[in-house]
Ligand binder design. Structure first.
Ligand SMILES: *Cc1c(COP(=O)(O)O)cnc(C)c1O
Length: 396
């Protein structure tokens, strides 16, 4: 196969042709081939709470969710999502009209964009961005307008003037991710207030990817944009069980928002998967009701892992942007005498048996991301210790 039919028309349509296969496939294959520690893709190497695994087994055995669940999600889960938003953020949502369960946050993002974007609409997204955003905007026929987070001493920050300048008469929607993958930035109350003011002033819709809402460290606070003045009726909030409960394979995500927004997203979602993850929905309903101690312990555990890997990277000679949220560390490789993250990441498995991801893949302006490399720290302590020891050999 050459990717061409006999009529010489490319098989893959124009909207997707630019995307190729993800870097994660290439890097994970390299990890296997070289026996490297894979700190590339962001999934935990241990499962979440045993009682939640058992809840899924029970649902499966009791015949709950083995057949198509209701389109909007099982009532138990929608009620638990609404209760979680109320308890955490004082945001009140009606489980019947303002909550929608999706096949992970990935489907929620795709469905929101497919539902709300007309071909030609501009979508402003923070750059670097999660890799599904660009493809989802493209599938919706939208035009991506990246606003670059700039590296400062205290991490990658949003330039509010650049954000304002990126909004035009064609802008339909802001796509905001906080806590932010891959930089670990958590937008502050003042930054979010400015984003909200802009959205209200320019009458924009906002989609917020909050899958790392529970992974914030050192007193940083996750604040949903929907809670800011004038935002509830224009914001589609997106959450996921994958990262919070360490069950990334279950693919249970959700959307919260005003009835008209949720109905619009459901219109697209019903023709993507219709429904997904039946028995897991019941288990996630229980997970969302875990006591505060679960979330506090999870955060403390991840903070310790962050500090372990960050220390190892610093001793190896990287400049480390210590993340305030997520389970990723972005580094600058220039202190190691390197400047091309792609070349560095392709060579790293051979050099020391560790796999990482070049941040350039998350940029339209690839040169802006060239010297940055991302490491995931959602791994067992002994794995991170071994990775740190291997990386140490780079320091010579
Ligand atoms: C992992 C991740 C997702 C995908 O979440 P799923 O629930 O697994 O689909 C979405 N956004 C960001 C920023 C992520 O890191």
């Amino acid at each position: 196969m050459t990717g061409m039919t006999s009529s010489a028309r490319p098989l893959l349509n124009r909207r997707l042709a630019a995307f190729g296969t993800t870097i994660f496939a290439e890097m994970s294959a390299l990890a296997v081939a070289t026996g490297s520690i894979n700190l590339g893709q962001g999934f935990p190497d241990t499962d979440g709470p045993e009682e939640i695994r058992e809840a899924a087994v029970r649902a499966l055995r009791d015949g709950r969710g083995n057949q198509y669940p209701p389109g909007p999600g099982v009532p138990e889960l929608r009620t638990a999502i609404a209760a979680h938003q109320l308890r955490r953020y004082d945001l009140s949502y009606d489980p019947d009209t303002e909550v929608l369960v999706t096949a992970g946050a990935t489907e929620a993002i795709a469905a929101a964009l497919l539902a709300l974007v007309e071909p030609g609409d501009e979508v402003v997204a923070l750059e670097p961005y999660y890799d599904s955003y660009a493809a989802s905007i493209a599938m919706a026929g939208g035009t991506r307008v990246p606003v670059t987070l700039r590296p400062q001493e205290d991490g990658f920050r949003l330039d509010l003037d650049e954000l304002r300048a990126a909004v035009t008469d064609r802008t339909r929607l802001l796509l905001v991710n906080t806590p932010h993958n891959p930089t670990g930035t958590v937008l502050t109350r003042a930054e979010l207030a400015a984003v909200a003011e802009l959205a209200v002033e320019r009458d924009l819709l906002v989609v917020t990817d909050e899958v790392y809402e529970h992974l914030v460290f050192d007193g940083a606070e996750h604040l949903p944009l929907a809670a800011f003045p004038g935002m509830r009726e224009r914001t589609v909030g997106i959450g996921s069980a994958g990262k919070t409960f360490s069950f990334t394979g279950w693919k249970v995500g959700w959307v919260t928002g005003a009835p008209a927004l949720v109905a619009a997203v459901r219109s697209a979602k019903q023709f993507l998967t219709y429904v997904a993850s039946g028995p897991f929905q019941y288990a996630v309903a229980e997970a969302l009701r875990l006591p505060d101690s679960y979330f506090a312990d999870f955060r403390a555990d991840m903070r310790a892992k962050r500090d372990l890997l960050a220390g190892g990277l610093e001793r190896a000679g990287f400049k480390v942007f210590r993340p305030a949220g997520t389970y990723f560390i972005t580094t600058d490789i220039r202190p190691l005498g390197e400047k091309d993250g792609f070349a560095f990441c392709r060579a790293l498995p051979e050099r020391c048996g560790v796999v990482a991801i070049p941040n350039a893949v998350f940029y339209d302006h690839r040169e802006q991301g060239a010297p940055f490399v991302r490491f995931a720290f959602c791994k067992r302590t002994e794995v991170l210790e071994e990775a740190a020891a291997r990386l140490r050999t780079l320091a010579g």
